[in-house]
Design a protein around this ligand. Structure first.
Ligand code: DCP
Ligand code: MG
Length: 368
């Protein structure tokens, strides 16, 4: 972790370098500009524009042609007036003044920096910002700031966690988690989900679904797995949230983005020797790096919904849920698909796509 005021300045500098480098490619400049706008509204918790810009970004990303003029942009779905103004500005000047203003904004820079710490969300970041805090060292030196266990570990492992993970590292984590699960619960099933299932080359964590055919047993899986990881000396941090599924009223009226399954958020020690190619990201001399891993353990009959929900991307999930609601009058979430007055069963993701009257989409096609 870097100390003192320069951290915020460096973050800003890095973003700006990336931003200006991408001027070589107009569409990536537009994507970067939209990404900043989405992030700004996410950090400041302004929902309307965040959703509008994410949808526009996802439509523009999926266009089979490159935007070279404003012609045709008015007919694009989800591309509203503000996005069109942005496109025009970028076409005309090769930059967006609004985005540049955001990038130079002290509040944006600080919220971005603070939320880059594991366990710090926009609310905490804003609280610290309003206290006048601007750097990690100021936070850590403030006697009135109480860090919870997750945040303490976020700061402790900041350098490793902020570096992200390569696909090779994710594969090594998959092998470690797979071996651990096979040792403690040979009949359990563990599958990779999240961004790496979508074929991403780089991610912030590795996500897994663990489940078993024995009803009710899924709730004891995660403590067993964490115990075994601890025995191996690989568990640096764990936050376990037991299932609250039984408390849920069924049928539920309000379908949630998150879910009620047993889950744990971990920081594991990944040994460089386990990574194919030597694990360049593992600091020399130490031989290991910290990695973020999430495990979720749904009951087996909820597996397909969990897999669809946790594979993401977040924008794809939002769009799919909206499609179910608006076009099919159904409710979809990580637990179920509800049609009028009944739940539709699904064993695989394909069943869910079929219920929705959609062609199956492979995980790599869901990178919206
Ligand atoms: N998800 C969810 N409920 C949670 C946590 C995640 O429904 N409590 C979903 C949202 C995402 C998917 O799981 O679509 C994976 O979440 P990540 O935040 O790990 O996102 P990705 O894996 O897509 O990207 P990355 O980890 O690289 O940031
Ligand atoms: Mg992930």
């Amino acid at each position: 972790m870097k100390e003192g005021r320069p951290v915020a300045v460096e973050t800003r500098h890095l973003i700006q370098v990336r931003y200006s480098l991408s001027t070589i490619c107009l569409s990536s400049l537009l994507q970067d500009a939209l990404e900043v706008l989405v992030e700004y509204h996410e950090l400041t918790e302004i929902e309307g524009p965040r959703v509008a810009y994410s949808r526009a970004a996802s439509v523009l990303k999926s266009l089979p042609w490159t935007i070279e003029s404003m012609g045709g942009t008015e007919a694009l779905p989800c591309v509203g007036e503000k996005t069109r103004t942005l496109i025009q500005e970028i076409l005309q000047y090769g930059r967006s003044f609004e985005v540049e203003k955001i990038l130079a904004d002290e509040r944006y820079q600080t919220l971005k920096l603070f939320t880059s710490v594991f366990g710090v969300g926009p609310k905490t970041a804003d609280k610290w910002y309003r206290r006048g805090l601007r750097s990690f060292s100021q936070i850590l030196a403030d006697p009135d700031v109480q860090l919870n266990r997750m945040q303490q570990n976020g700061f402790l492992h900041y350098t490793d966690l902020s570096r992200g993970l390569s696909a090779a590292e994710a594969r090594a984590v998959e092998a470690v988690v797979g071996e651990t699960v096979r040792t403690v619960a040979p009949n359990a099933r563990v599958v990779l989900t999240g961004g790496f299932r979508r074929g991403k080359e780089f991610g912030h964590d590795v996500d897994f679904i663990v489940t078993t055919a024995e009803p009710g047993r899924e709730n004891s899986l995660l403590p067993l797995i964490m115990g075994r990881l601890e025995e191996q000396g690989l568990l640096l941090f764990q936050a376990h949230h037991p299932s609250t599924l039984a408390l849920k009223k069924i049928p539920c009226r309000r379908f949630e983005a998150m879910d009620y399954y047993s889950k744990c958020f971990l920081i594991l020690k990944l040994e460089g020797s386990r990574v194919q190619g030597g694990g360049q990201a593992v600091p020399a001399g130490r031989g290991w790096r910290a990695v973020r891993v999430d495990l979720v353990a749904p009951p087996i009959e909820r597996f397909a919904f969990t897999q669809l929900g946790w594979t993401g991307s977040k924008q794809f999930e939002r769009d799919l849920r909206r499609f179910a609601r608006v076009e099919r009058n159904m409710l979809l979430d990580n637990h179920a698909l509800f049609d009028k007055n009944q739940f539709l069963a699904a064993v695989t993701e394909k069943d869910i796509f079929a219920h929705l009257g959609l062609e199956y989409m492979e995980p790599w096609q869901r990178n919206a």
